[in-house]
Design a protein around this ligand. Structure first.
Ligand SMILES: Cc1cc2nc3c(=O)[nH]c(=O)nc-3n(C[C@H](O)[C@H](O)[C@H](O)COP(=O)(O)OP(=O)(O)OC[C@H]3O[C@@H](n4cnc5c(N)ncnc54)[C@H](O)[C@@H]3O)c2cc1C
Length: 465
């Protein structure tokens, strides 16, 4: 193993340590957890050397790519934090429609690069998220219903293991490590230094329609989305939030996006939203706009994520009826936190055209995805809003089939993020690949499911192997 670190090594108390620790968490609610050492890796040799440093100093290892974990999962006491934000190299092979990307590159940057060659990768809905954490936890991205979770488009990884070895893993070599890398998220037990990915032809037409209602329309709009979510080929982003300009009463916005070959086809797909029972009560609309995913991210998604605020996120997969979910939602509307706190609903599974899932750790999905995000400024409000999110998500547990690691709140509410079988297999693989327990793991672990709960299992869960 090499010992010299070309990048920076910051120890607790060093000048720049605290600013770098804070930068490792994208929002203002930086957890009070302190790595002993932060290694800003410049290259893969630095990663190997950082693993060795951790062993020599009896410390554990945490890994950061873009720092967009809501919970700051990689900020841990007693660790060497390996910061990969400078590992940003990308290659694109236009002919083969493949690419490679290091984990520090942001999804939006990757997509801008491949777009130059008229290609596309299903990156996240927000411009800031890096691919390191995004691909390991699954990856819920643009056109994701067509391509599946983005980790399905990963064909291989370069990895530094707990023993400091540099290896490649894919379907044919070190296949069990590759299996784990597609879904283990912050519980992955090695450092990924490069992803090998499939790329797709860039969609010819991206068309979006937006509708905005007062909160009084919530019940009708959400029920409508529950009814049509599964059968429409369009992607729905249904959002409840106070108006960010006035912080007034909550508003409901429904944004639907069609990815098609022709504008006519897109208009046809989007026409279903005109039949929403709440249509007559709409405040404003923006219909059939030809756009692209970059614009949708920048103007539609990003304004809800303000790095000067503190955030707590939580989530659930569900196929429950909206009538089951409504009482909790109605209660939430009466106590909605300040803008840009929001509830978002995406349609996802049960869709006819969805691709078959391969065997991978990622294994819990459902028809609809609910993400709940509180955002606040004053640290004195942290307990209030942490409880607001956690307790409202707890109230929905009888209707949930799991959560997504993208928006995990495991420290407050451990809940099922892979099948029990896959969780057990991840434990076995961790013991094999990281026998000394060098890598930190998830901030919380779910209890195994009871037989009764399993009858509510997702109709679209992937293979459990
Ligand atoms: C504003 C915002 C918008 C988001 N939008 C989406 C979205 O549209 N779709 C979606 O699916 N998710 C979304 N997410 C969730 C996001 O994908 C996850 O938080 C993801 O983990 C972030 O990746 P990162 O590299 O930036 O995070 P990091 O915080 O750097 O990484 C998260 C965890 O992954 C592990 N990890 C990261 N890199 C490596 C590596 N190279 N090797 C080993 N382990 C590693 C570490 O355990 C780390 O704690 C969003 C998050 C935010 C804050």
């Amino acid at each position: 193993m090499s010992t010299r670190i070309e990048g920076r090594v910051l120890r607790r108390g060093d000048y720049r340590y605290e600013s770098r620790r804070r930068e490792a968490c994208w929002h203002a609610g930086v957890p009070d957890r302190y790595p002993e050492v932060i290694v800003l890796a410049n290259n893969e040799d630095d990663v190997v050397a950082a693993v060795r440093l951790a062993r020599e100093e009896g410390l554990r290892i945490a890994v950061r790519s873009g720092g967009h974990s809501w919970s700051g999962s990689h900020l841990r006491d007693g660790t060497v934090l390996i910061d990969l934000s400078n590992l940003r190299h990308v290659t694109v092979d236009r002919e083969a429609m493949t690419g490679t990307a290091q984990p520090g590159i942001k999804g939006s940057e990757l997509n801008a690069m491949v777009a130059e060659q008229n290609l596309f990768f299903p990156t996240g809905h927000c411009t800031g998220v890096s691919i390191g954490g995004y691909l390991l936890q699954g990856g819920f991205g643009w056109a994701g219903r067509d391509y599946g979770p983005a980790c399905m488009s990963v064909t291989g990884i370069d990895v530094v293991t707990a023993s400091g070895e540099r290896i490649h893993a894919d379907e044919t070599q070190n296949a069990d490590l590759f299996w784990a890398a597609r879904g283990a998220g912050p519980g992955f037990f090695a450092v990924v230094t490069r992803f090998y990915v499939k790329l797709y032809p860039r969609m010819r037409v991206t068309m979006n329609s937006g509708y905005f209602w007062p909160a009084s329309a919530a019940q009708d709009v959400y029920r409508f989305v529950h009814e049509i979510g599964r059968r429409t080929p369009t992607e729905i982003n249904l959002l409840c939030c106070r108006d960010p300009m006035t912080d007034g009463a909550p508003l409901i916005s429904l944004n639907a996006t069609a990815f098609t070959d022709t504008e006519e086809e897109a208009r046809e797909q989007l026409s279903i939203y005109e039949s929403c029972p709440a249509r007559p009560h709409v405040i404003t609309t923006r219909l059939n706009e030809v756009t692209d995913t970059e614009t949708l991210s920048r103007y539609g998604t990003d304004p809800h994520y303000d790095e000067t605020k503190r955030y707590l996120a939580d989530s659930m997969w569900t196929h429950a009826s909206f009538d089951d979910l409504w009482p909790n939602f109605e209660a939430m509307l009466k106590t909605w936190p300040p803008a840009p706190s929001h509830l978002v609903v995406f349609n996802w599974g049960g869709y006819e055209g969805q691709p078959e899932r391969p065997s991978m750790a990622y294994s819990v999905e459902d028809e609809l995805y609910y993400g709940l995000y509180a955002a606040w400024t004053d640290p004195a409000d942290s307990l209030t809003y942490t409880n607001w999110v956690t307790n409202h998500m707890r109230a929905w547990e009888p209707y949930a089939s799991g959560i997504q690691l993208a928006d995990e709140n495991l420290i407050n509410r451990p809940y099922r993020f892979v099948t029990d079988e896959n969780l057990q297999r991840l434990d076995v693989l961790r013991a094999e690949w990281d026998p000394d327990g060098l890598f930190v793991s998830w901030l919380g672990r779910p209890e195994p499911r009871t037989a009764a709960a399993d009858t509510k299992d997702s109709p679209v869960a992937g293979p459990s192997e």
